[in-house]
Design a protein around this ligand. Structure first.
Ligand code: XIL
Length: 314
Protein backbone atom coordinates (compact mmCIF):
# COMPACT_ATOMS: atom_id res chain seq x y z
CA UNK A 1 0.00 0.00 0.00
CA UNK A 2 1.22 3.49 -0.78
CA UNK A 3 2.90 5.77 1.76
CA UNK A 4 0.99 8.14 4.02
CA UNK A 5 2.16 11.20 2.12
CA UNK A 6 0.59 10.04 -1.12
CA UNK A 7 -2.82 9.87 0.51
CA UNK A 8 -2.36 13.16 2.38
CA UNK A 9 -1.29 14.95 -0.81
CA UNK A 10 -4.38 13.65 -2.61
CA UNK A 11 -6.47 15.30 0.13
CA UNK A 12 -4.51 18.56 -0.01
CA UNK A 13 -3.21 18.06 3.54
CA UNK A 14 0.21 17.41 5.03
CA UNK A 15 1.19 14.41 7.10
CA UNK A 16 4.25 15.38 9.10
CA UNK A 17 6.78 14.05 11.54
CA UNK A 18 9.21 15.61 13.99
CA UNK A 19 12.80 14.58 13.32
CA UNK A 20 15.81 14.39 15.62
CA UNK A 21 19.21 15.16 14.11
CA UNK A 22 21.18 12.26 15.58
CA UNK A 23 19.18 9.30 14.19
CA UNK A 24 18.76 11.26 10.98
CA UNK A 25 22.53 11.24 10.60
CA UNK A 26 23.08 7.68 11.86
CA UNK A 27 20.17 5.35 11.09
CA UNK A 28 19.21 4.25 7.60
CA UNK A 29 15.81 2.91 8.62
CA UNK A 30 14.98 6.22 10.30
CA UNK A 31 15.99 8.19 7.23
CA UNK A 32 14.13 5.92 4.83
CA UNK A 33 10.81 6.03 6.67
CA UNK A 34 11.11 9.78 7.28
CA UNK A 35 11.75 10.36 3.58
CA UNK A 36 9.08 8.02 2.25
CA UNK A 37 6.06 8.41 4.50
CA UNK A 38 5.88 12.13 5.34
CA UNK A 39 5.61 15.37 3.37
CA UNK A 40 6.22 17.80 6.23
CA UNK A 41 9.05 17.95 8.77
CA UNK A 42 9.37 19.72 12.12
CA UNK A 43 12.73 19.84 13.90
CA UNK A 44 12.17 18.14 17.26
CA UNK A 45 14.84 20.31 18.90
CA UNK A 46 17.21 21.75 16.29
CA UNK A 47 15.46 25.09 15.71
CA UNK A 48 14.87 25.91 19.39
CA UNK A 49 16.66 28.83 21.05
CA UNK A 50 19.14 26.70 23.02
CA UNK A 51 20.22 25.01 19.79
CA UNK A 52 20.38 28.12 17.59
CA UNK A 53 21.64 30.86 19.94
CA UNK A 54 23.15 29.34 23.06
CA UNK A 55 25.27 32.47 23.66
CA UNK A 56 24.22 36.06 22.94
CA UNK A 57 24.22 36.77 19.21
CA UNK A 58 26.28 33.60 18.47
CA UNK A 59 24.17 31.62 16.05
CA UNK A 60 24.60 27.95 15.17
CA UNK A 61 22.42 26.57 12.41
CA UNK A 62 24.09 23.19 11.94
CA UNK A 63 21.16 21.09 13.18
CA UNK A 64 18.54 23.36 11.63
CA UNK A 65 20.32 23.28 8.28
CA UNK A 66 20.57 19.47 8.47
CA UNK A 67 16.78 19.28 8.83
CA UNK A 68 16.27 21.76 5.98
CA UNK A 69 18.62 19.84 3.66
CA UNK A 70 16.84 16.57 4.34
CA UNK A 71 13.46 18.13 3.55
CA UNK A 72 14.78 19.70 0.36
CA UNK A 73 16.18 16.36 -0.81
CA UNK A 74 12.88 14.64 -0.22
CA UNK A 75 10.38 17.19 -1.51
CA UNK A 76 9.03 17.98 1.95
CA UNK A 77 7.92 21.22 3.56
CA UNK A 78 9.27 22.38 6.93
CA UNK A 79 7.36 23.83 9.87
CA UNK A 80 9.67 26.01 12.00
CA UNK A 81 9.55 25.24 15.73
CA UNK A 82 9.83 27.44 17.79
CA UNK A 83 10.84 31.10 18.10
CA UNK A 84 9.65 32.12 21.60
CA UNK A 85 9.15 29.60 24.40
CA UNK A 86 9.88 29.40 28.14
CA UNK A 87 11.64 26.02 27.82
CA UNK A 88 14.93 25.25 26.08
CA UNK A 89 15.84 28.91 26.23
CA UNK A 90 19.29 29.74 27.66
CA UNK A 91 19.76 31.32 31.07
CA UNK A 92 21.36 34.38 29.53
CA UNK A 93 18.02 35.30 27.96
CA UNK A 94 16.11 34.77 31.17
CA UNK A 95 18.29 37.15 33.18
CA UNK A 96 18.06 40.14 30.80
CA UNK A 97 16.33 43.41 31.68
CA UNK A 98 13.05 44.21 29.92
CA UNK A 99 14.65 46.40 27.26
CA UNK A 100 17.43 43.91 26.64
CA UNK A 101 15.02 40.99 26.55
CA UNK A 102 12.80 42.62 23.95
CA UNK A 103 15.75 43.35 21.70
CA UNK A 104 17.19 39.86 22.21
CA UNK A 105 13.82 38.45 21.13
CA UNK A 106 13.72 40.69 18.08
CA UNK A 107 17.29 39.80 17.12
CA UNK A 108 16.69 36.08 17.59
CA UNK A 109 13.51 36.08 15.51
CA UNK A 110 15.08 38.20 12.82
CA UNK A 111 18.13 35.95 12.51
CA UNK A 112 16.42 32.55 12.80
CA UNK A 113 13.26 33.23 10.80
CA UNK A 114 15.25 35.49 8.48
CA UNK A 115 17.71 32.71 7.63
CA UNK A 116 15.02 30.60 5.96
CA UNK A 117 12.71 33.35 4.71
CA UNK A 118 13.84 33.01 1.11
CA UNK A 119 13.69 29.20 1.20
CA UNK A 120 10.34 27.99 -0.19
CA UNK A 121 10.60 24.75 1.80
CA UNK A 122 10.03 26.63 5.10
CA UNK A 123 6.31 27.36 5.12
CA UNK A 124 5.36 28.24 8.69
CA UNK A 125 6.62 29.05 12.19
CA UNK A 126 5.48 28.46 15.72
CA UNK A 127 6.08 32.05 16.80
CA UNK A 128 5.03 31.54 20.42
CA UNK A 129 4.68 28.19 22.17
CA UNK A 130 2.75 27.28 25.33
CA UNK A 131 1.84 30.79 26.51
CA UNK A 132 -1.12 29.62 28.64
CA UNK A 133 -1.59 28.07 32.04
CA UNK A 134 -4.15 25.26 32.34
CA UNK A 135 -6.78 27.65 33.77
CA UNK A 136 -6.48 29.97 30.77
CA UNK A 137 -4.33 32.68 32.37
CA UNK A 138 -1.27 33.75 30.49
CA UNK A 139 1.66 31.66 31.70
CA UNK A 140 3.75 33.39 34.30
CA UNK A 141 6.95 32.77 32.32
CA UNK A 142 10.06 34.93 32.34
CA UNK A 143 8.77 36.48 29.10
CA UNK A 144 5.52 37.50 30.76
CA UNK A 145 7.17 38.60 34.00
CA UNK A 146 9.60 40.89 32.25
CA UNK A 147 7.59 42.14 29.26
CA UNK A 148 3.92 41.63 30.07
CA UNK A 149 1.48 40.28 27.53
CA UNK A 150 2.77 42.59 24.77
CA UNK A 151 5.60 40.13 24.13
CA UNK A 152 3.16 37.94 22.20
CA UNK A 153 2.07 40.59 19.69
CA UNK A 154 5.65 41.83 19.41
CA UNK A 155 6.88 38.31 18.58
CA UNK A 156 4.36 38.00 15.75
CA UNK A 157 5.28 41.42 14.35
CA UNK A 158 8.98 40.62 14.46
CA UNK A 159 8.35 37.28 12.74
CA UNK A 160 6.27 38.95 10.04
CA UNK A 161 9.11 41.39 9.39
CA UNK A 162 11.63 38.54 9.20
CA UNK A 163 9.60 36.22 6.96
CA UNK A 164 6.57 37.94 5.40
CA UNK A 165 5.47 34.81 3.51
CA UNK A 166 5.50 32.23 6.33
CA UNK A 167 2.29 31.26 8.08
CA UNK A 168 2.70 32.42 11.69
CA UNK A 169 1.28 30.15 14.38
CA UNK A 170 0.50 30.05 18.07
CA UNK A 171 0.93 26.54 19.47
CA UNK A 172 -0.06 24.84 22.73
CA UNK A 173 -0.99 21.58 24.48
CA UNK A 174 -4.20 20.57 26.26
CA UNK A 175 -6.07 22.85 23.87
CA UNK A 176 -7.40 20.08 21.63
CA UNK A 177 -10.89 19.99 23.12
CA UNK A 178 -13.17 22.84 24.18
CA UNK A 179 -11.98 23.83 27.67
CA UNK A 180 -10.80 26.85 29.70
CA UNK A 181 -7.34 26.84 28.15
CA UNK A 182 -8.51 26.51 24.54
CA UNK A 183 -11.16 29.17 25.12
CA UNK A 184 -8.48 31.55 26.39
CA UNK A 185 -6.47 30.79 23.26
CA UNK A 186 -9.53 31.40 21.11
CA UNK A 187 -10.12 34.77 22.75
CA UNK A 188 -6.47 35.79 22.39
CA UNK A 189 -6.36 34.84 18.70
CA UNK A 190 -9.55 36.77 18.03
CA UNK A 191 -8.26 39.83 19.91
CA UNK A 192 -4.85 39.78 18.23
CA UNK A 193 -6.36 39.49 14.76
CA UNK A 194 -8.77 42.35 15.51
CA UNK A 195 -5.63 44.39 16.31
CA UNK A 196 -4.06 43.36 12.98
CA UNK A 197 -1.39 41.27 14.67
CA UNK A 198 -0.31 38.74 12.00
CA UNK A 199 -1.57 35.47 13.55
CA UNK A 200 -2.33 33.07 10.69
CA UNK A 201 -2.54 29.74 12.32
CA UNK A 202 -3.27 27.80 15.51
CA UNK A 203 -1.39 24.61 16.39
CA UNK A 204 -2.88 21.92 18.61
CA UNK A 205 0.03 19.87 19.92
CA UNK A 206 -2.18 16.85 20.78
CA UNK A 207 0.04 14.99 23.22
CA UNK A 208 -2.77 12.59 24.05
CA UNK A 209 -3.00 9.59 26.40
CA UNK A 210 -5.48 6.74 26.07
CA UNK A 211 -6.31 6.79 29.77
CA UNK A 212 -7.59 10.39 29.64
CA UNK A 213 -10.20 10.02 26.88
CA UNK A 214 -10.54 11.60 23.46
CA UNK A 215 -11.08 15.40 23.26
CA UNK A 216 -13.78 17.00 21.08
CA UNK A 217 -11.13 18.16 18.67
CA UNK A 218 -13.28 18.65 15.57
CA UNK A 219 -15.71 21.00 17.33
CA UNK A 220 -12.81 22.94 18.81
CA UNK A 221 -10.85 23.17 15.55
CA UNK A 222 -13.96 24.35 13.76
CA UNK A 223 -14.54 27.29 16.11
CA UNK A 224 -10.99 28.49 15.48
CA UNK A 225 -11.39 27.90 11.74
CA UNK A 226 -14.50 30.06 11.85
CA UNK A 227 -12.28 32.97 12.99
CA UNK A 228 -10.57 32.66 9.60
CA UNK A 229 -7.34 31.11 10.85
CA UNK A 230 -5.66 27.97 9.63
CA UNK A 231 -5.59 25.14 12.16
CA UNK A 232 -3.29 22.13 12.37
CA UNK A 233 -2.29 19.25 14.60
CA UNK A 234 1.37 19.88 15.34
CA UNK A 235 2.78 17.25 17.71
CA UNK A 236 0.44 14.31 18.10
CA UNK A 237 1.47 11.26 20.06
CA UNK A 238 -0.84 8.96 21.99
CA UNK A 239 0.82 7.45 25.02
CA UNK A 240 -0.29 4.54 27.18
CA UNK A 241 0.69 3.10 30.52
CA UNK A 242 3.25 0.39 29.90
CA UNK A 243 3.33 -2.47 29.14
CA UNK A 244 1.78 -2.36 25.68
CA UNK A 245 -1.09 -4.70 24.87
CA UNK A 246 -3.06 -5.30 21.71
CA UNK A 247 -6.13 -3.81 23.39
CA UNK A 248 -4.24 -0.61 24.20
CA UNK A 249 -2.80 -0.52 20.68
CA UNK A 250 -6.32 -0.79 19.28
CA UNK A 251 -7.55 2.08 21.46
CA UNK A 252 -4.57 4.17 20.48
CA UNK A 253 -5.31 3.50 16.80
CA UNK A 254 -8.81 4.96 17.18
CA UNK A 255 -7.28 8.16 18.63
CA UNK A 256 -4.95 8.57 15.64
CA UNK A 257 -7.76 7.78 13.23
CA UNK A 258 -10.15 10.25 14.84
CA UNK A 259 -7.58 13.06 14.84
CA UNK A 260 -6.86 12.56 11.14
CA UNK A 261 -10.58 12.40 10.36
CA UNK A 262 -11.21 15.62 12.32
CA UNK A 263 -8.56 17.42 10.26
CA UNK A 264 -10.03 16.10 7.02
CA UNK A 265 -13.47 17.31 8.10
CA UNK A 266 -12.31 20.90 8.78
CA UNK A 267 -11.39 22.57 5.51
CA UNK A 268 -9.05 25.10 7.19
CA UNK A 269 -7.09 22.25 8.82
CA UNK A 270 -3.84 22.04 6.85
CA UNK A 271 -2.53 18.75 8.23
CA UNK A 272 -1.34 16.53 11.03
CA UNK A 273 2.22 16.20 12.34
CA UNK A 274 3.18 13.26 14.53
CA UNK A 275 5.85 13.94 17.20
CA UNK A 276 8.30 11.41 15.76
CA UNK A 277 7.27 8.11 14.25
CA UNK A 278 9.16 5.30 16.01
CA UNK A 279 8.93 4.32 19.67
CA UNK A 280 12.71 3.96 19.49
CA UNK A 281 12.99 7.76 19.48
CA UNK A 282 10.21 9.36 21.48
CA UNK A 283 10.22 11.95 24.26
CA UNK A 284 7.38 10.15 26.07
CA UNK A 285 9.22 7.58 28.25
CA UNK A 286 11.69 10.27 29.38
CA UNK A 287 8.91 12.68 30.33
CA UNK A 288 5.94 10.63 31.56
CA UNK A 289 7.00 8.02 34.05
CA UNK A 290 5.72 4.53 33.24
CA UNK A 291 4.22 5.58 29.91
CA UNK A 292 5.35 4.99 26.33
CA UNK A 293 4.61 3.29 23.00
CA UNK A 294 3.03 6.53 21.77
CA UNK A 295 3.97 6.46 18.08
CA UNK A 296 2.96 4.60 14.90
CA UNK A 297 6.05 2.37 14.46
CA UNK A 298 7.52 0.22 17.22
CA UNK A 299 11.14 0.41 18.37
CA UNK A 300 12.16 -2.01 15.60
CA UNK A 301 10.55 0.14 12.91
CA UNK A 302 7.60 -2.23 12.42
CA UNK A 303 4.26 -0.61 11.63
CA UNK A 304 1.71 -0.70 14.47
CA UNK A 305 -2.09 -0.67 14.36
CA UNK A 306 -1.86 3.12 14.61
CA UNK A 307 0.05 3.29 11.32
CA UNK A 308 -2.76 1.43 9.62
CA UNK A 309 -5.30 3.69 11.30
CA UNK A 310 -3.62 6.84 9.96
CA UNK A 311 -3.24 5.24 6.55
CA UNK A 312 -6.87 4.18 6.36
CA UNK A 313 -8.20 7.49 7.66
CA UNK A 314 -6.36 9.46 4.95
C1 XIL B 1 10.38 17.97 23.40
C2 XIL B 1 11.32 17.06 22.63
O1 XIL B 1 10.58 16.01 22.04
C3 XIL B 1 12.39 16.52 23.55
O2 XIL B 1 13.39 15.81 22.80
C4 XIL B 1 13.04 17.64 24.36
O3 XIL B 1 13.94 17.07 25.30
C5 XIL B 1 12.00 18.47 25.07
O4 XIL B 1 11.07 18.96 24.12
N1 XIL B 1 5.98 20.59 23.44
C6 XIL B 1 6.78 21.10 22.45
C7 XIL B 1 7.98 20.35 21.99
O5 XIL B 1 6.44 22.15 21.86
O6 XIL B 1 9.02 21.18 21.58
C8 XIL B 1 8.47 19.40 23.04
O7 XIL B 1 9.51 18.61 22.48
C9 XIL B 1 7.33 18.53 23.55
C10 XIL B 1 6.25 19.38 24.18
Amino acid sequence: SSPLRVHAEAQGKFIGTALATSPLANETAYRNIAATEFNQITAENAMKWDATESSPNQFNFSGADQIMAFAEQNGQQVHGHTLVWHNQTPNWVQSLSATEMRSAMQNHISRVAGRYASNPVLKSWDVVNEVFEENGSLRNSFWYQRLGESYIADAFRYAKAADPDAKLCINDYNVEGVNAKSTAMYNLVRTLRAQNVPVDCVGFQSHLAIQYGFPNIQENMQRFADLGVEVRVTEIDVRMQMPRSSAKDATQATYYSNVVKACLAVSRCSGVTIWGFTDKHSWVPDTFSGEGAALIYDENYAKKASYTAVHDAL
